[in-house]
Design a protein around this ligand. Structure first.
Ligand SMILES: [Zn+2]
Ligand SMILES: [Zn+2]
Ligand SMILES: [Zn+2]
Length: 266
């Protein structure tokens, strides 16, 4: 929902409201825009840029991170908090010849085509709509997309009644919006340096993982480091980090993490 959550006066939400004279909020880390990551490589030049998910905050996030060009966009699933910023790819996509590739599983591609029908219709397309082309990723676990020497692998995860898509790239995996990881996906998650994982709150939720369940998943998957994401206002940044083991941290807006994306990355 983003934090501060609209209409909420709880302590975490209040700590995330910016001051009236442009002062930063009391807790910069409790100010949470909708989940998304930018992946840039190789380390020396950061010539290639890929984004996973473009939620309603994509415009502000792209300005914050100085995104001028994208080579591709990957999607996890079609929920509003992950796709509604797709239209803001318009000015970026005009730099891509012939188009900016979008990688999505079938249900997500169907949602994008429905929500942004004017962008994808074959005839009478809106003249300045985003120059994007959807590439449908097979539902098979480990289905692969190769980009500039980096393999992106589809990791199916359970999000309530739906199976949605997590992505593994090199020694990192981004698994947002899940309450379970099916056994068939576990072999795709071995030898991780960095695992980004959904941890919504402490109370059970039908489609998201709890803090406790996510800690157990980290113990099972054994990445070197884990970063939790998609937290609700139930989890205060400092107070939660204080009780987590040192190799598990709550992620925050603007967090940067270095990892090996691929030995052959060019
Ligand atoms: Zn709140
Ligand atoms: Zn979702
Ligand atoms: Zn979500």
């Amino acid at each position: 929902m983003g934090i501060p959550t609209l209409g909420c006066e709880c302590e975490v939400c209040r700590s995330a409201v910016p001051g009236t004279n442009g002062q930063p909020p009391a807790s910069q880390h409790n100010r949470r825009t909708r989940p998304s990551v930018l992946i840039a490589w190789p380390a020396a030049t950061a010539a290639h840029h890929v984004v996973i998910d473009t939620g309603p905050d994509f415009h502000a996030q792209a300005i914050r991170e100085g995104i001028h060009r994208l080579d591709a966009v990957f999607y996890t699933h079609g929920h509003a908090d992950h796709v509604l910023g797709m239209d803001d790819l318009r000015p970026l996509s005009f730099h891509n010849q012939p188009s900016l590739p979008i990688y999505a599983d079938d249900p997500t591609a169907d949602t994008l085509e429905r929500v942004f029908e004017y962008t994808f219709r074959k005839q009478d397309r809106y003249p300045t709509s985003a120059r994007v082309e959807i590439h449908r990723v097979p539902s098979t676990p480990g289905a692969e997309v190769d980009l500039f020497g980096v393999r992106f692998l589809r990791v199916p995860v359970t999000h309530g009644k739906e199976t949605v898509t997590g992505w593994r790239f090199g020694s990192a995996a981004y698994l947002t919006d899940l309450n379970e990881i099916p056994a068939e996906s576990l072999p795709l998650l071995t030898g991780l340096d960095v695992l980004v994982l959904d941890a919504l709150r402490r109370q059970p939720h039908p489609t998201h993982s709890t803090l406790e369940n996510s800690i157990a998943l980290v113990e099972k998957i054994q990445p070197r480091r884990a970063f939790f994401t998609h937290m609700s206002h139930d989890l205060d940044h400092e107070a939660t980090n204080a009780i987590l083991p040192p190799h598990i941290r709550l992620a925050y807006d603007g967090l940067k993490v270095n990892f090996d994306i691929a030995p052959e990355a060019a």
